[in-house]
Design a binder for this molecule. Sequence first.
Ligand SMILES: [Zn+2]
Length: 153
Amino acid sequence: MIELDPIAKEKLERALARKGLRSTRQREQVFAVVYGSDDHPAADVVYQRVKNSVPGISLATVYNCLETLSDCELIRQVNFEREPSRFCLNKEHSLHHAHFHCRDSGKVIDVDLPNDFIENLSQFLPGGYRIDKIDLTLSGTSAENQRKFITNG
Ligand SMILES: [Zn+2]
């Protein structure tokens, strides 16, 4: 059983209640895994991590829990081409949280965007619209590898 801190637990219960749902042991434990992971695990990795604390939980249930938690905006689904979805905690200022995918290591790194990012981006929108959500994924390689490539070429 993974212990969820009281603040996170309350947040979970409130977000589920807003959708008319209640906190179950499975939902709580799946949330606890994502909450405690900073490597943006995919569903099968969450399943591996939650299995010990919820014996008998199935991969399908883990998928369902992840979907529910995403619907409640407690966690975020991160998608890169041809890769299974990965999950991370929806932070308070998630509006400004983008993802960088390193093609060398497969790592997904959080990128905190500056506060004026949306403001600057908004000037490219047609008049009468405003941005309230950004889903930004960036990809590339490590600078180290880039240098190697240049020297070898
Ligand atoms: Zn993230």
